[in-house]
Ligand binder design. Structure first.
Ligand SMILES: [Zn+2]
Length: 291
């Protein structure tokens, strides 16, 4: 049996690099199920959610949150994923049904679905007045390359990023996961080059996830020739922060005129964009004096 979704963090003995390794099969499947995504859209959304959950886990404050927003010129439209610091992540894609033929059998056309002209934005909400925002032009729309470029140009961190989703013919997710290697400022270049070579010589990250039942079996492949230590282990989940109360607040933020129009209905239905959860409200609940 393959393990549940989880992430481990690893450092090499000399503390020159950090490796984040995440299995995200169940949470990507949950995203697919909730949004009804096509095979290629599942892969695109899954890669973005996997990157977000790894990056979110690196924020310090318990209430901090990290959002990745990607807008390319492809049919997918905008893809957004938001993660907390404890392994919870949610995501959405503008057109979940957009799809393209595989480039070669087994290779989904994620870069074309996203598009290579556009931007990637990372927003870190650290509980300050202004969130930190970094923005780059897309490199390829394949997501992993774009995230690596973000680290390099926005945070001046040399990084290796791999993200992958394997989709079955029935559109369910067979396996998904990601790895992220970040070099510390004083790190030896050769160490990152050695890891890059290890990654090039191994199967893709989604196939590694598929072939190995635990993350601990994958680390020695990525870090072959390097002494290391696992320093953190956390469970990962598809988790949306919406609630009946929160979405009512959104409705109350509409103009009096817009609310009046909604109140013509017997029941007012609101669907959360991030998880497709439906909430029903009675017209009375939208009365301003009751809130
Ligand atoms: Zn929701």
């Amino acid at each position: 049996m393959t393990e549940r979704d989880r992430q481990i963090k690893i450092v090499d003995k000399g503390r020159n690099i950090r490796l984040f390794l995440a299995r995200t099969t169940a949470l990507v499947e949950e995203g697919h199920r909730r949004h009804g995504t096509s095979a290629t859209a599942t892969a695109a959304l899954g890669r973005v959610m996997t990157a977000a959950v790894m990056m979110g886990s690196d924020l310090k404050g318990a209430q901090d949150a990290l959002t990745i927003r990607i807008r390319g010129d492809g049919p997918a439209g905008t893809i957004i994923a938001t993660a907390d610091t404890r392994g919870g992540v949610r995501g959405l894609i503008s057109d979940p049904t957009a799809d393209l033929p595989e480039i070669v059998p087994g290779k989904l056309a994620v870069g074309q679905l996203v598009g290579s002209v556009g931007f990637l934005e990372v927003v870190k909400d650290l509980g300050l007045k202004q969130p930190f925002t970094g923005r780059i032009e897309l490199v390829s729309g394949e997501i992993a390359e774009d995230i690596a470029q973000y680290f390099y140009s926005s945070e001046q961190i040399p990084a290796l990023v791999s993200l992958g989703v394997l989709v079955e013919t029935d559109l369910s997710v067979r396996s998904a996961g990601g790895l992220m290697v970040q070099a510390m400022p004083e790190a030896d270049d050769q160490l990152l080059q050695l890891i890059e070579k290890n990654i090039m010589n191994s199967a893709s990250i989604s196939h590694l996830m598929d072939a190995h039942t635990t993350l601990e079996d994958i680390v020695p492949i990525i870090l072959a020739g390097i002494e290391y230590e696992i320093i953190d282990d956390m469970d990962l989940n598809f988790l949306c922060k919406c609630s009946r109360k929160r979405l009512l607040q959104v409705l109350m933020g509409l103009s009096a005129e817009e609310r009046k129009e909604l109140q013509q209905e017997e029941k007012i239905e609101v669907v959360c964009n991030f998880c497709q959860q439906k909430y029903l409200y009675s017209p009375e609940e939208l009365d301003a004096e009751k809130n």
